[in-house]
Each structure stands twice: as C-alpha cells, then as structure tokens.
Design a protein around this ligand. Structure first.
Ligand SMILES: [Zn+2]
Length: 239
C-alpha cells in the first residue's frame, strides 16, 4: 500500500481530503445527460393488443448504450438531428432509440410544450429520439408512438385514444389497418418459433464517459474508508 498516514492524521483531515476529492469529481458526475426509461411490458402490451389478432409483435431490448456527444445533448436544429442519426450504431432492422436532454426540432410536427418537442422519428426508418423527461412521464406510449412512425404510421388526427394521436400523452390503441401497415415493415422480424419481434437498442447521449468517473468516485470512497480505518486503528490521533 502506498498510502501512509501519520499519527497526526485526524478525521477532520480525512474529511477535508474527501470533500476536496468529491468537489473535483462532482461536476462531471452531475453533468447533464440523457436518461433511458423503458417500459418493456407496456411496449409489448401495445404491440400485442387485440387488433394484432394471431400475429402479436414482441418488443425486445438490447443492452443500453451510452454515447458521449456533449454537443448533441440538446438537439437545436436539423443539422443536430442529422448528426444524431449519423451516430445510430445499429443498422436496420434493429431500431436505435436515442434519449437526449432536449429536443427543439423535428422534421415534421410533433407534440411540443414551450417549444420543447417530446419525441421525433424517421417516417419510415429505424431511428427515433426521445426527450428524457417526457420519456419518464409516459415511457410506453411515447416510445410506442415514435416506433409507430418508424413502422410507417402517420398521425391519427381523429382519436386521442390512438397511439398515433399527435397529442401528449399519446393514446394506446392501434386499429387493424394500422396493424396491417406495421406487419409490412421490414423492422418486424420473425424468430425460429414464428414469433414476430422488433429489436430496439436504447442509447443515452451523455456529456462525459460515466464509467471512468464512477470508478474514480468509488476509488475516492475506498481511499477515504482506508484512511478512516487506519486513523481509528492508530488511536493516537486527536479523534
Ligand atoms: Zn408523432
């Protein structure tokens, strides 16, 4: 061990060291970042509702990914949106679902509050984006709605109960006509048992690489614990 504490080490000194370490680390730990919210049972329920009849579609999620792109935490314009699409890690038929801090624009009208758009999707395509706070408020219907656009569904302007209603939070219903469109999408795959499924990779856009920061933080905590234990065991310090 390379850390040697003297008999004069005090708890106050250790606390000071820890405070300094945390003050150094916290700014990057608390940096803004997109956060992923998934309601897997809710998503599968949407895509296996009665209008799907004998051909329900299960929604399967790949492990979540982080992509460091501080300049894309806020999607300000079409250029940002295109830059985000260019980062999509998986080719179709896998769907790439991005979560960002803020979405100021979309290629076509999507529900918005005070200029902040809740979600945006290629119509059709295999990439969509969610604003993280809206995703947390209504995880299944927001993701289901944006996925619906990827599956070539336009807005349903006539029923607020429909998943493709442009109002937020979106409804849950899909008509048989919409299901017929979904089942024609190349995003709908069929596994060896004949079960139809759609594969989604959730991706959080973050400002800084989190794992190294977390490791540093854990390292600081471990160091603090070691110092405290050593101080207590020495018994000579002014504790
Ligand atoms: Zn929409």
């Amino acid at each position: 061990m390379f850390i040697k504490t003297s008999h004069h080490t005090s708890r106050a000194a250790v606390r000071h060291l820890l405070t300094a370490a945390l003050a150094f680390l916290l700014p990057s730990t608390l940096a803004e970042a997109g956060s992923i919210t998934i309601d897997a049972p809710g998503m599968s329920a949407l895509f296996s509702q009665s209008s799907f009849g004998a051909t329900p579609v299960s929604i399967r999620f790949n492990p979540s990914r982080l992509i460091v792109a501080p300049e894309l935490l806020v999607i300000k314009d079409q250029a940002d949106l295109q830059a985000l699409l260019d980062l999509a890690p998986d080719p179709a038929p896998t769907v790439d679902a991005f979560f960002v801090d803020q979405l100021d624009t979309c290629g076509f009208p999507e529900p918005a509050l005070n200029g902040i758009v809740f979600g945006c999707a290629q119509l059709p395509g295999h990439v969509f984006v969610e604003e993280s706070e809206a995703a947390a408020l209504s995880p299944a219907t927001l993701m289901g709605h944006e996925l619906g656009h990827n599956l070539n569904l336009p807005h349903d302007l006539f029923s607020s109960l429909n998943l493709m209603s442009p109002f937020f939070p979106h409804g849950t219903e899909l008509t048989e006509e919409q299901v017929a469109t979904i089942l024609q999408s190349p995003l709908v795959q069929t596994d060896a048992t004949g079960q139809r499924f759609i594969q989604i990779t959730p991706i959080a856009i973050v400002a800084a690489p989190e794992p190294p920061t977390l490791l540093l933080l854990l390292g600081a905590a471990a160091l603090g614990a070691l110092l405290l234990r050593h101080t207590n065991q020495s018994g000579a310090g002014p504790i």
